[in-house]
Structure formats: C-alpha cells, structure tokens
Design a protein around this ligand. Sequence first.
Ligand SMILES: O=C(O)c1cc(=O)[nH]c(=O)n1[C@@H]1O[C@H](COP(=O)(O)O)[C@@H](O)[C@H]1O
Length: 244
Amino acid sequence: MQAEARKRLIFALDVESRVAAEEWVRRLRGKVGIFKVGKQLFTRCGPDVVRMVQDHDGEVFLDLKFHDIPNTVAKAAVEACRLGVRMFNVHALGGRAMMTEAAQAVRECHAAGEGASPLLLGVTILTSADDQALREVGIDRPVAEMVPRLAALASSSGLDGVVASPREVGLIRHACGSDFTIVTPGVRPCFAESNDQQRIMTPAQAIEAGSDFLVVGRPIAAAADPVVAAQLIVEEMAAALAKD
Ligand SMILES: O=C(O)c1cc(=O)[nH]c(=O)n1[C@@H]1O[C@H](COP(=O)(O)O)[C@@H](O)[C@H]1O
C-alpha cells in the first residue's frame, strides 16, 4: 500500500534555482511520486528544469495555471504536451471555450505523435481563497458551490480532472463521477503549519475523502528532516488507503 500511496504524492518544487531543484529531486526521488514545477521555478529556469527532473526518471506536474484567450491557452497546452509532462493545469475560470480548445489541442498533439498525453486539469478555486476572498472579486456564491460548478464545467469541456481543496472532493465526485481525477493541494499533516492555505485537511483525511493525488510543498521542504516528513505522509496515506 505504501508504493501506491507514494505514487499519489506530488512534491511542490517551490525553490528558486535549478541547483536547489536538482538537490530536492535527488533527495526525494523514490520517496514521492511526482515533482511539481510551478511558476517560480519555471520562470527562473524555463523548460530545462522539466527535462532535469525527467533525466532523473521523475514525472512532472507542470503547474503554470494557464488562463488566457482560447487560442493562446491551446498553443501553450501543445508546448506542455511536447515537454512530456504527466499532468498540467489551466484555470477553470477561463471558461468552456478555453478549456475545450486546450483539451482538443492536447488530443491532436498526441494523435500527431508530437507529444505525450498528459492529464489536463482545471484549477477550481485556489486553496488559499475563502468565501470572503470570492466576494471581493465579485463572486457572491460560496466556495462550496463554485468548486463543483467549475469541476462540472471542466468535465463537460473535456478535461481529465481538477485541482481543488480536499474539503471539496465529495462535492466534486458527486458532480463529476469516480473516473474524474482530483488533485488536492491544501494538505497539512498534523506536524506542519497551515501557512497561507485556508481550506486544508490532513493527508489521511484527503485520501479518505477520495483524492487521487496530494500536492505537498512546505510541510516536507520546511521539515527538520524532509525525507522523514515525506515518509510519514506516505505512511498516513497508505493507512487511509488500506481502509478502503
Ligand atoms: O495548482 C496547484 O498546484 C495549487 C492550486 C491551489 O489551489 N492551491 C495550491 O496551493 N496549489 C499549489 O500547491 C502547492 C502547495 O504548496 P504548500 O502550501 O507549500 O504545500 C503550491 O505550489 C501551490 O502553488
């Protein structure tokens, strides 16, 4: 069960240089399933950092949260496919046309033999946001209504899954069914700080709720012993998976 749990743990490489990223990959290779390359690292290092992870036999979640006009996002999606990443994301708030064109671009790129077939995920409502934050940008509906609504829109636009807080997994499963992939950041083991995350759950709670993949950054990176922290999270996930 630990091997299955490990495959589902994604470590966020939220660091400022290729050297630091490579150190983390060497340290956590075999201890986590996937490495997430996000905006900070990608802006600093570009696509080479994705290749660096792959050169270490690591799989990559490219977390650039594309949100633009449909044509631009579709073309960025093709580049993500060409990089051979395991998964990448767009903002579901970008809407149906944007998501549909991105999904089509992924299918065509793969069919033409130009790239891999990554999971295309829609970010619903960021795990750092709450109802008050939504009201401030003019969204009067609560998070608990917006997340399943955006997940259903992502699903009907041809996306493979969503990124959301583990707190909303049940609502998403109800709206989108069991085959839809749910990736959850906002995961905090009991030994870690919540930082800027608002809608959090423990690794066990996230797995019990039905998350497919857990994204964890600072609870591992800031731990006194990151390898031990990753292993504790894997053990907690494995115990929750064993209850199924
Ligand atoms: O798409 C994401 O990965 C993401 C979506 C979201 O709603 N919330 C969220 O925290 N993330 C990412 O997940 C990671 C969480 O990191 P920690 O809060 O350090 O565990 C960060 O790299 C975020 O960019």
